[in-house]
Design a protein around this ligand. Structure first.
Ligand code: SF4
Length: 603
């Protein structure tokens, strides 16, 4: 027996390392590893680890990052301590045990379960939410039917479409987590890392591969990066969540400038420092909830270099991101501290090829984006084929509607279903002669392919109906706003309304033409649900963080207040080509208030 002293951190790690396995062994009546280690002197195992035998394997990257903070005398935040104590990817036995015992996780285990896409969402709902994962948001009729079945059998009978072109199932009882996870895996949907401190769904323009304007089809890159993440365990060792998007330069975008890393396709013209062709520029540090967009780094990549560069950048973040303060643990804060040059130098050290640079003004400007081209019928780049964007009421679909959508995609399209960051979906590859039949089939599901300007760009986060952080029922309020505006106004310009339940900003209120951030509003002796209002946000070529216009508006008053605002826009815009965002930017906040009040009194 070896006689070795352990540090507290070593003890924590060892305890976590064996805990998941021990749950299952104890349940079967076997001796646990903890007992065995105790009986034999755990020093043998721990001493081997601490002497560099690398028993931590690929987890060594994030454990080493934690070690550097500890060596500097700093304290890991509780979430980092939890990940150190219990490897989150090794929880399968523990999840099974919870399922058998009809138990929800407690304490920091709630975070660790999210590594498997399982969110215990009490007190909003005493149930799990399960977040899925689709490379670029692209799926198919087979997976859609299977998810519909799982939703009906084991969840609430519906699925929610998210602002990362993903699906979520809700109202999952603790007895059904394994049923859902194995059902998803059987359908080829591996949702490992869908939550917690991981790289979230890789996003892409929903028209990738069918867009008449795009420079390059980014679907293969999304797929390559998606699988790279799934199959490299160190890619699950981040200090905080991480977003990556690819833009192909088409009529739609993936909002890449709101991501930690955004790859944006560009054309380099002939006659410059680089060979003519299509490349990708790299933008870094987007996090609109913290009022920052990703900025261009000056890098210029071949398509085949994007995934290695993404992986190298993620590794730099794993090794150097903050692990003591969750609020500062996003990539933006590492970039603020280091500057781009140091970050790119560190990235370069992890790559087998040199990074290429080109000033952005030597690339052709990006072609314009059509804001609402994700809804309705549009021709594809393939002659004779069109796609149809369906409108979902703030992203929700019932299981029978999902099956109907899958049937339409099979019968009239290629079986492809494209989820969008606008919380709707597209059925593609429809022969033009079948469009009338497709429209009728969509209407028969209770969904629609038409939308008013208000509804086409309406996004809402989960809100208080399913998220404990929410200060208001965002989806209900968003629909009330859409109904009011549709009944009173006609708008000839697209407008995006983003309704978000808390500062986590899942619906990205700062980039909406109108952004609403939920809050509790004092009314008499009560607190009621309400919103702060932001105006004039945008993305891409119209990039802007929305300006605060009003605070503490009770939710009940919002539909009429927004109606007055849009009436003022229609009356005072320079001409019909002026967008709502451009209109708001011409006035000071005080002037806008006066215009809106005058309009409200006159109507
Ligand atoms: Fe929940 Fe806040 Fe995200 Fe809305 S923005 S889903 S309230 S965490």
């Amino acid at each position: 027996m070896l006689n070795v002293e352990f540090t507290e951190e070593q003890r924590q790690y060892l305890a976590g390392f064996v805990a998941g396995t021990d749950v299952a062994r104890a349940a079967k009546g076997y001796a646990t590893f903890a007992d065995t280690l105790e009986a034999n002197g755990a020093g043998a195992l721990l001493n081997g680890h601490s002497n560099g035998l690398q028993s931590a394997g690929p987890d060594q990257m994030f454990l080493g990052a934690q070690d550097r903070f500890l060596a500097a005398g700093k304290k890991l935040c509780p979430e980092e301590q939890a990940k150190r104590a219990k490897p989150p990817l090794d929880l399968w036995d523990e999840i099974q045990q919870h399922t058998r015992e009809k138990r929800f996780p407690k304490g920091t285990d709630v975070l660790l379960f999210k590594f498997h896409g399982l969110f215990y969402v009490a007190p909003a709902q005493n149930a799990f939410m399960c977040r899925l994962r689709f490379a670029g948001g692209f799926t198919n009729s087979f997976q859609f039917r299977r998810v519909a079945d799982l939703a009906e059998q084991f969840a609430g009978g519906y699925a929610d479409l998210t602002t990362r072109a993903n699906l979520q199932l809700r109202e999952i009882a603790p007895t059904h987590t394994i049923d859902v996870l194995t059902g998803l895996h059987d359908a080829g949907i591996v949702n490992r890392g869908a939550g917690a401190d991981n790289i979230r769904n890789i996003t892409a323009p929903c028209t990738a591969g069918i867009d008449p304007q795009e420079l390059i089809d980014v679907r293969p890159l999304c797929r390559e990066l998606h699988h790279y993440i799934l199959h490299h365990r160190e890619m699950y060792g981040l200090p905080r969540k991480f977003n990556i998007a690819f833009d192909g330069g088409g009529t739609t975008t993936a909002l890449e400038d709101t991501n930690d890393i955004g790859f944006a396709a560009v054309r380099v013209p002939a006659g410059g420092a680089e060979t003519e062709g299509v490349y990708f520029r790299v933008q870094l540090g987007g996090i609109t909830g913290h009022q920052d967009f990703a900025r261009d780094t000056g890098l210029l990549l071949f398509a085949e270099e994007c995934v290695p560069v993404a992986a190298a950048m993620v590794r730099v973040f794993i090794e150097h991101g903050d692990r003591t303060d969750r609020k500062k643990a996003r990539l933006k804060y590492l970039l603020d501290e280091w500057g781009f040059e140091k970050f790119l130098d560190e990235t370069q050290k992890r790559l087998p090829f040199p990074l290429r640079r080109l000033p952005i003004d030597q690339c052709e400007p990006r072609a314009p984006v059509d804001k609402h081209v994700h809804v309705g019928v549009h021709p594809q780049r393939q002659p004779g084929l069109s796609y149809v964007g369906l409108v979902l009421p703030v992203g929700r679909m019932q299981s029978d509607q999902m099956r109907a959508v899958a049937d339409i995609a099979d019968r009239f399209g290629s079986g492809t279903i494209r989820l969008t960051v606008w919380q709707n979906l597209i059925i593609s590859d429809i022969q033009d002669k079948n469009l009338a039949a497709v429209k009728a089939a969509i209407e028969a599901t209770g969904l629609d392919w038409r939308a008013s300007s208000f509804r086409a760009g309406l996004v809402a986060c989960t809100g208080s109906a399913g998220c404990k952080f929410a200060a208001a029922d965002t989806k209900r309020h968003a629909l009330a706003i859409a109904r009011q505006l549709e009944s009173k106004l006609e708008l000839d310009q697209p407008i995006n309304i983003h309704v978000t339940g808390c500062p986590h900003s899942c619906a990205q209120h700062y980039i909406g033409d109108i952004g609403l951030l939920a809050t509790k509003v004092p009314v008499g002796d009560d607190l009621v649900e309400g919103y702060h209002v932001y105006l004039g946000g945008g993305y891409g070529a119209n990039q802007a963080i929305g300006r605060e216009y009003a605070r503490n508006i009770p939710a009940d008053e919002l539909p009429e207040r927004l109606e007055a605002m849009l009436r003022a826009y229609l009356e005072h815009r320079t001409d019909s080509s002026e967008t709502f965002a451009a209109f708001t930017r011409r006035y000071s906040t005080e002037e806008l208030r006066e215009l809106c009040e005058a309009t409200a009194q006159a109507s």
